[in-house]
Write a protein that binds this ligand. Sequence first.
Ligand code: ZN
Length: 157
Amino acid sequence: MDAEIIKLDQEGKQNILNYHRYQKNENKSDSYRCVNRKCGDSFYHKTMKRNQIEHYHSQMSQCEVDCLVQLKSLMQLVSVDHDIRLEEAHNRHYQLLTEKYLHKEFAEFWKPFIGIKCSLRYHTNKTKPKNPKSVHDIEINNVYATINYEPFLQFDN
Ligand SMILES: [Zn+2]
């Protein structure tokens, strides 16, 4: 097996091998199974050993793979950059796809912003700090807690 594994996320939960998408079996396990639950094809990451089961379904096209990679990288972007507008982030990845494909070629694999907005919002909110419920939840770091080496008044009663 000489194909390269394409990682779809930082945690290594999903990847693509030979135009098929795989899902990690358990957190600690090194084995990946085809995301198509009925399929049963799997492999071990370290040894790259596959079981004897062949995929019964068709593989992804290069275009579909690229769309998936862009989607995952979009999710990653909005979860680390909380300042970027979701629509702009989406558009940025859409643009990258248009450099390689015509719109009609990837339209079936790439969701318009409206169809993915909720999911993007979920990913960006997941990594945002929680809104404080009371004053005690607000942490003021050292930079703002002193002015001219004097601690500034943080509470006015
Ligand atoms: Zn499969």
